[in-house]
Design a protein around this ligand. Sequence first.
Ligand code: GLY
Length: 430
Amino acid sequence: MRILLIGSGGREHSLAWKISQSPLLERLWIAPGNPGTAQCGSNVDIAVDDLDGIVDFAKREIISLVVIGPEGPLVAGLADRLAVEGIRVFGPKADAAALEGSKAWSKEVMLRHRVPTGGYRFFRDLNTVNSYLDGGATYPVVVKASGLAAGKGVVICEDVSSARAAAKSMLDDKIYGDAGETILVEEFLDGPEASVFALSDSRTFLCLETCMDHKALEEKGLGPNTGGMGAVCPNPLVGPRTADAIERQVMLPTIHGMNHEGKRFQGVLFAGLKLTPAGPKVLEYNVRFGDPECQVLMMRFQSDLVPYLDACAKGTLEEVEAPEWDPRPAITVILVTDGYPGNYTTGAPIHGLEALDENPDVQVFHAGTAMRGGQLVTAGGRVLAVTALGADIHQARKAAYAAVDAISFEGMRYRKDIGIAALEAVDSIA
Ligand code: GLY
């Protein structure tokens, strides 16, 4: 098969790494890719938002399957554009990608199909939201931009003044542009989070292993929210009963409900959940693999990934067997540049990766990296995802952090506690 993968992050490097191992693969292109994906296939210099460029390339190269990594091109309708040309694509069309593109609409979908979630109101006008925040809200509340805000756009507010400030920043100051034209004020849900994924061809679905993300910049969940500073797979807090509840109460009604509404969900549905005392509740849907959850999923996914992606695209998912998983847990530690998730510098030389090439249980997935004059340098906030398998979480942590110790670049920062919450969860269950 001739496969074109769209994206340039750590998620896409892990997908490219896995796809490149497929015996079904004739050739892999990545648009635009990064220096890591260049080791798995051919990078092509087309930006993810250049829909014309991507469609033209896919037609010219007679691509058998396009795999869309990030949410931006999905919400912008890349899958629709490719489908018009008769090109198979893994990822939902725009009407279903709105599950991530419009948080207000996705809440309505949850309500229509009785998917457990927190209470919410949505607003487009500052006076109306202020009246609600002054009188009707129970604190803390979550103030959220409805549109795509690159992993930002969610503020937990302990009191009226911080909630008013968050609402004003989105509705009036437009810090997230159009994404904050509509905002949600949501009930704050207490409990640990879980990231859950289901592959779907719209008629049927297949749940993948669960993950634990680490969104805060600093240890113990402190500091600002990021795209994700590390992940663990599986999530020990999701036992078989919780996994079953998630499958029956979240994935099934969402995927069947979308189908019923004529908005076929095809691709990977990612439910960000809170595990509350009253059961799992959906914080939000995403319509793509998580980053860095994808890195730990790919590390443990032992089957050939390509037939699964292709079956979603073709509508034949019920014909594939459940995949094999490495029984060992995986963790990934994200190395970021000082200043992330705010302003940071780029162009710092990265050292130490050569020494790690030999160990199949450790993979370093590239995210914000670039080649400058033959030297690998930093080119983004999240730079590398250092990913390792281990006999248990403790061993996986040891392997990942040993690899982290071998890597250096100016301004390198990372959390030292990735996997600790999972270890504590294992201990509390035992
Ligand atoms: N790691 C969370 C996300 O990908 O949205």
